[in-house]
Every structure is written in C-alpha cells, then in structure tokens.
Design a protein around this ligand. Structure first.
Ligand code: ADP
Ligand code: MG
Length: 729
C-alpha cells in the first residue's frame, strides 16, 4: 500500500494525545527563564548589580563577576534538572543553532565534578566554518565565536525529558564582523535609541531612553504527519510543488475565526504551555483564512526580546507538533491557490517615561511629538522603500509577495482617512513663510476624538504592506518563516537615520532664529510633501494599484535576486555605516549569503520537482494509460464498434499529452540547471535560476502534473491530495 493510503487509513485510528489542562498561566510563566527576579535569588548583591547594569547600559561584565554569575545560573539550572548548557544563537541560515556541552568535567587529579565557568558563559567557539559567512571569514579570520548577550535572559529548553540551559548569544568573527541576525539588530536598536532620544528631548527633557517594540503575529499551517511524510516536496522544501486545488478551499470563508479542530487545539495548548514557561507572552490564537491555517500572537515586547521569542516559538512549534503526530508548516506558501502565511510585525517605540511615540497624545504638545514620529516613519519608509523591500526578500516569500493571495511587492503606507486629513491640513495651513498665524497650527486637534477613531476597525486596510493601526505601524509583508531580526534591523536603522536628519533640519531653522515648535512644524510639512507619494489608501492587491504605483515612481521589484540589490547600493552603504549597523564588507557578505540561499532553495525545489515528476507523477499515469489501452483493445476484440471506446481514447490522448510534456520539460529543466550551475557570479546565477529555471519551468510542469492528478485513477495516485492534507486531521 502506498504511503498515502497508509496515512489515510491510520488517520481515523490515531490515538488522541492527552494534553494536561493548561495550568493558570501566571503560575508557570517564565518558570524556565533566569529572570532578574530569579537572579536576585541566586546571585550575590555584587553579581546582581553588575548583571543589572550590564543589561541597562550594555557594560561589559568582568571575569571575576562572570564566575559568580555563571555559578548562580548553574545552581538555578541544576535545581531544575539541567545537565547541559549551550550557547544559543541565530545564524544566517534562518533557524536557531545550539551545541550542547555538559556541566560535567574531570579535574586534573581525576575527580569528576560539575561546573560552569564564567568563561563558558561569556564566550564559546562553535565550529563556525559550517555557517554561512558570505566570504567574511575567508577575508578576515577563520574563526568565529559566540558572545553572551546579557540583554536576553538565559532559559531552559525542555525536549522530552532532557533539559538544556540556553545562553542567548551573538555570533561574530574574530575581527568583529557580525555573522548572525542578532548582532546588527542590537546595533540598529541602539542607533534608534540615540536618534529618538534626541528628537524626544525637543518635547520632554526627561526622556533618556527609547525602546522600539515589536508584536509579531505568526501564521502557520498544521497537517497530519503521515500525510506530510508521504509528500517528499513538503519534507524537502516546506511547500507542495504539485497538487491540484481541492473542490472546496477557502471560497466559503468558513475557516477564519471558526472553531479550532480538536487535534490541533491539543497541539496549540501544548506548545503554548511550553512558550509560557519560556516567558513568551502568547495572547491570541485563532483560525486563519485558509483551511488548516492558524495564527498565534503574543503581547508586544522590546524588539530584541520579541525577536528571540519568535525564533524560540518557531522551534518549539516544530518540536511539539511531532509529539502530536502533526507537522507545522511555516513556509510562506505551502499550498498554491489558497492564502500563504505572513508574519505581521507590529512596531512602535516607547520612552522610558512611559509614552508610546506612535500613540496620539492628549494635548496639542504631545500631539506634536506624535506627529513628529508618525511623519518621520512615513518619510523613512518613503526614502528607503527599496531597503525595506530587500529586508523581506527570500525565495519562499517570492511565492507570496506580488504573486497571488498576498500583498504586492510595492512598499506603500496606509494611514487611514483621519490622519490623511490631518496631514493635508498641516500641508495647507503651514505656509512656506512663517508668521504669527502659523502658531494656530500647533493646536492641531487630533487629541479630541482621533485616538478612538484610529482604533476603529472599519478604517483598517488589510491589503497594505505597511499600515498604521491606531498606535503602531504594522509591517505586513514579512514572511512567515523569516527571522524578524532582519526587517527590524532595517526598519529601526532607517528610522534612526531619518530622525537624525530631522533633528539637523529643525536645528538649522532654530539657528536661524525660528521658534522651536514652528521649526518642527515646518520640517514636518516639508517631510509630508516629500514623502506623500508612498501613501496609499486603496486596494493593494489590485492591478490598478500596480499601474498607479508605476506612475508615482514607486519601486515594484517582484523577485528576490533583484530586490536584494538595494542592500548594496551606495545609499544603503551610507545608511548602515553612518548608523554603525553594518560595514560595507558586512553588507556585501550578507548580500552574497542571501543570494546563495536563494539559489540553493530554487535548486532544491527544481530537483525535487524533477524527481517527483518522474518517480511519483509519471508511474501512476503510465499505469493508468496501460489500463485504458488494455480496455480499448479488449473492447475491439469483443467486436464492439469504434464508438464504444471514444471516451477512453480521449482520456488516453490527454494523458499521453501531459506525460510527454512532463518528461520533455523535466529534461529541459535539468539542462537549464546545468547552464546556471556554470555561472560564476552569484547575482547573475541567482537571476538565471529565477528566470531560466523557476519562471520558465515550475508553473508549466506543475500544470501538466496537476491535470494528471484529475485524470488518473485515484487509487493509483501516490501523493496525498490537497483535500486530504487540508481537511483531514
Ligand atoms: P489586530 O492588528 O489583529 O487588530 P491588535 O491591534 O490588538 O490586533 O494588535 C496586534 C498586535 O500588535 C499584537 O501582537 C500586539 O502585541 C501588537 N502591539 C500592540 N501595541 C503595540 C506596540 N505599541 N508596539 C508593538 N506592537 C504592538
Ligand atoms: Mg494585525
């Protein structure tokens, strides 16, 4: 029996996996995290103070203190049954990395002991050569090391009965180049902090720190594990490269917010519990638009913590799914014809005085502060739309952005009708020259009713890639499998840069003798005019918008190899270097890594497509052909007239056509790959893979395979069908 039928047969007899009822969340929340509260308990006063000041100011911890901290952490971890520790980091492969070492060691006199030294806490040397570096280590120094990042707390990861102490780290080369997602992110957050504090001080001298905040919304699919295993394309690439859409998919719109199926519900509760123990503040769970699609979202947190938590969540979701004989699909487009998955990044900035800088205030003065940050964000997105686009470019996201059932590849900003009106008022009422009358502008009345109106759901636009949603911006074009660090690094860098320029522009006017508030209003007006072409309130999924965007001169780059160009323009190099986020070399290296990732992903998809076509699609088709041929021959031998086998012949004809087309196209695709593989320049090779392999063959081969799926006897078909994966569990 084929894997498919085995899987289908077993589905109904699967034992249900018992999940304990969720305990009161507050009783388990952060129980596996070395929080400051825990640190207070396990560390001496001196060590505790040093840890706190290092978290607050990024100060280095000295060796002697590090030893105290590491033994405190070990005491806590051992109390929970931990035997091993690992430096946990986020390499550019996109997943998380860990190499476990035990506390166990043998002293020089042969005594076995358990210890965790300060040195092991602060620094480790994983074998870096097998992580992507874009040539950086070749150029600089062969080794890389992981360094403790005290701003993220240590945590204990439970896998089955094993428990591992994880030390969050950054991953850098010996000469200091970043080799991971986290190091540049921390730099971008610092750049934003400096620039934003400077601008805040126009309004409030008490602000000394600005912390960007992130609340992600993770979309995902869940399917049965045995069905997953019978789909080599899912196993290898995370998406189905073949499969005809099922008779019913999402057209009835009956899945969104519907009741969560029981088996998935048990799974969700199980991974949520694991997340709570790790301090991930999950808040929302619901069905998404497509069948078998769901979403999970936490309460927002500081960006760096939120990024860690999302990476951890993806890891946990995957592990826990296996316990339930399910598989979670984090790919951006696992199934053609229905919605893909994104990861909305809700972003704002908070001051240490407790103000959300993107929430309209209660007085005209605080409104001016809101307007400043609001307009600067629009300006940043306008000026650096291409860099922002590059930050979310990946092979899997190409199946979504600018393709079907997804936001376009055009970066535009939605702000809603009320703020559109406010901006146009500002534009009209502030003249080029200032006089006394302009002071009236400072009394912009957004505080009266706008905050309520802004949070009103009727003024939401679901098709915008970057939307203002009342007290935060929501960057929606991020892919579901992406590490949020990359888009967050870019967003915070471009915002930092724009705010720095804003301060220069305002100060220049103040130096000329202008009153501070008037100067600010003037620059705001200038920025509104300069960036208004990025504002769009209509349907982002429509053809009309593509045309309109082109007229406005907005970039619309649909493929990753070209979108990535924006990372290495002079503009990008100046941006990242002047904000101390990436050096030119680091940017070039990252560009190279992203291109290579793209090439490999398309190459793997192409290979699996070719392999499945010949080993899974053609054999059942050919067997069915034989059956039909035998049938026709038999009818003729029995003396029946030609007319008796007209239909069989027609089917046979169609099958023959699809079978021939598939073999022909697969051969040609292999030839095309060979040509691509001989190209040396990475960018040219990536473009070739996209245009000469993916675009030229994928849809065509799939078309014929999916037609065969409809023609061939169901009992002959190997690959689980969409209706089985999406509706049975
Ligand atoms: P929706 O967008 O689905 O209507 P909400 O507006 O309640 O839902 O929030 C969606 C996400 O936005 C949540 O994950 C939440 O944590 C996050 N969020 C809310 N406020 C902020 C903020 N100030 N900064 C960052 N994220 C935020
Ligand atoms: Mg949302």
């Amino acid at each position: 029996m084929s894997l498919r039928f085995n899987a289908l047969k077993n589905l109904s007899s699967l034992p249900s996996i018992e999940v304990e009822s969720t305990p009161k969340i507050t009783t388990i929340f952060s129980s596996n995290v070395f929080t400051l509260k825990t640190a207070r308990e396990f560390l001496s006063d001196e060590a505790y103070k040093s840890l706190v000041s290092s978290i607050r100011s990024g100060q280095k911890i000295d060796r002697a203190i590090a030893n105290q901290i590491s033994s405190g952490i070990r005491a806590w971890a051992e109390g929970k049954g931990v035997t091993h520790f690992t430096h946990w980091f986020q390499p550019l492969t996109g997943s998380t990395a860990e190499k476990h070492d035990s506390f166990f060691t043998i002293k020089s006199d042969g005594t076995p002991i358990e210890q965790f030294e300060g040195d092991s806490l602060i620094q480790q040397e994983p074998d870096a050569s097998s992580f992507p570096s874009g040539g950086l280590r070749a150029t600089f120094e062969a080794r890389g090391y992981t360094a403790w990042d005290p701003s993220s707390p240590a945590f204990i990861m439970e896998i089955g009965n094993g428990k591992t102490l994880c030390i969050p780290t950054i991953f850098v080369s010996y000469t200091g180049e970043s080799l991971d997602y986290k190091a540049p992110l921390l730099k971008a957050l610092e750049a934003l902090n400096k620039a934003a504090v400077d601008v805040c001080n126009y309004f409030d001298r008490n602000v000394t720190r600005v912390t960007p905040t992130l609340g992600w919304e993770q979309e995902y699919f869940v399917i049965d594990e045995a069905l997953f295993n019978a789909r080599p394309d899912l196993v290898m690439t995370g998406r189905t490269v073949f499969g005809h859409s099922s008779a019913k998919n999402q057209q009835l719109e009956d899945h969104y917010f519907g009741s969560i199926p029981e088996r998935v519900y048990a799974y969700i509760r199980d991974f949520e519990t694991e997340c709570y123990k790790l301090g991930i503040p999950l808040r929302t769970r619901h069905n998404e638009v497509a069948p078998a699609q769901f979403e999970v979202a936490p309460i927002f947190e500081e960006v760096s913590v939120a990024v860690d938590h999302n990476s951890l969540l993806m890891d946990i979701m995957d592990r826990v799914a296996r316990r339930h004989k399910l598989r979670v699909l984090l790919h951006e487009k696992p199934f053609a014809g229905i919605n893909g998955s994104g990861k909305h990044n809700n972003w704002s900035m908070a001051t240490d005085t407790g103000v959300n800088l993107l929430a309209p205030g209660k007085t005209p003065k605080t409104n001016l502060m809101f307007l400043t940050f609001f307009v600067n964000t629009i300006k940043a997105v306008h000026d650096y739309a291409d860099v922002l686009r590059a930050s979310i470019a990946s092979a899997p996201n190409d199946h979504r952005l600018g393709a079907n059932e997804a936001p376009p590849a055009i970066i535009s900003v939605f702000i809603g009708q009320y703020l559109t009106k406010v901006l146009s008022d500002v534009k009209e009422r502030v003249g080029d020259k200032f006089d006394e009358q302009d002071e009236s502008m400072l009394k912009i009345d957004i505080h009266k009713n706008i905050p309520e109106l802004l949070l009103d759901n009727t003024d939401r636009n679901r098709t915008s890639p970057f939307a203002f949603t009342g007290n935060k911006f929501e960057f929606r074009a991020v892919g579901s499998s992406a590490n949020c660090a990359n888009p967050m690094t870019v967003l915070n860098s471009i915002m930092a840069d724009t705010l720095k320029q804003f301060k220069k522009d305002v100060d220049a006017l103040i130096d000329k003798g202008e009153k501070k508030e008037i100067a600010i209003m003037h620059v705001i007006r200038e920025y509104i005019v300069a960036s208004e072409k990025v504002l769009f309130e209509g349907d982002g999924y429509s053809q009309a918008w593509e045309k309109e965007a082109e007229k406005r001169g907005l970039p619309n780059v649909k493929t990753t190899p070209l979108a990535l160009d924006a990372m290495v323009t002079d503009k990008a190099k100046i941006l990242f270097e002047s904000n101390n986020v990436y050096t030119h070399e680091e940017l070039e290296a990252r560009h190279e890594i992203e291109l290579e990732k793209y090439i490999k992903k398309v190459q793997i998809e192409s290979r699996i497509m070719g392999e499945l076509a010949t080993s899974h699609i053609l054999p059942p088709a050919i067997r069915y052909q034989n059956l039909l041929a035998t049938n026709i021959r038999g009818l003729k031998e029995a003396g029946l007239p030609e007319s008796a086998c007209i239909n069989q012949k027609q089917i046979l004809d169609k099958i023959a056509e699809h079978v021939n087309s598939i073999s022909d196209l697969v051969e040609k695709m292999i030839e095309a790959r060979k040509i691509c593989n001989n190209i040396n320049d990475t960018r040219t090779k990536a473009i070739a893979y996209q245009s000469q392999v993916k675009d030229k063959f994928f849809d065509d081969i799939r078309y014929h395979a999916d037609k065969l799926e409809l023609l061939v006897d169901d009992k002959e078909w190997y690959l689980p069908k969409f209706r089985e994966m999406l509706f049975l569990r």
